[in-house]
Design a protein around this ligand. Structure first.
Ligand SMILES: [Zn+2]
Length: 177
């Protein structure tokens, strides 16, 4: 019983941090992009590397270096992030992490059960993360040019991927688009 209470309190702590994170993010500026008939606002964070990510509340964030890319390329990155948002990947992943943490904390006293469960759940979480990346790519091709998305993935995607990676390799992503 105490373990369950501890697990619930841990999840409340983890979820509160995750859910309040957007309030603590600081941005340099906001830039608007036209994607089809929609105007998307990207929030810019200082960074000398190319990267884009999104948050569960719908925020799309780009590093300042990403603004040096061609507009088409920036739009391809935004379209991928829009895929994560529209397909509710953040909340689905949060639910999975809640299940994972709850299951692990409740089985920590039984090591024979805990280790295989931990391995299975972590591998599943990574598999789902890679699957979500492919889904976001596929979503992006509906609103931006496939070739531009290909170029961006080749230039900035992960070279290699394994069962613990959060992203598929650039080659896998291009094959699936
Ligand atoms: Zn992604």
């Amino acid at each position: 019983m105490q373990v369950i209470i501890f697990a619930i309190l841990s999840l409340i702590f983890i979820d509160s941090i995750y859910l309040t994170l957007p309030k603590f993010m600081k941005y340099e500026k906001h830039v608007q992009f036209q994607l089809g008939n929609k105007t998307i606002t990207a929030k810019i964070r200082d960074g000398d590397y190319i990267n884009a990510f999104s948050l569960y509340n719908g925020d799309i964030i780009l590093t300042s270096a990403s603004l040096n890319l061609k507009e088409e390329e920036i739009k391809a990155m935004i379209a991928h992030e829009l895929g994560h948002i529209k397909l509710h990947h953040h909340i689905k992943m949060l639910i999975l992490i809640n299940i994972l943490v709850f299951a692990l904390l409740n089985s920590v006293t039984n090591i024979l059960f805990f280790i295989p469960l931990a391995i299975t759940l972590i591998l599943f979480q990574r598999y789902l993360s890679r699957f979500f990346e492919l889904q976001a790519d596929s979503f992006a091709t509906r609103i931006v040019d496939k070739e531009v998305l290909h170029e961006i993935i080749i230039k900035y995607g992960e070279r290699k991927s394994n069962i613990l990676s959060t992203h598929p390799s650039a080659l896998t992503r291009i094959k699936k688009i």
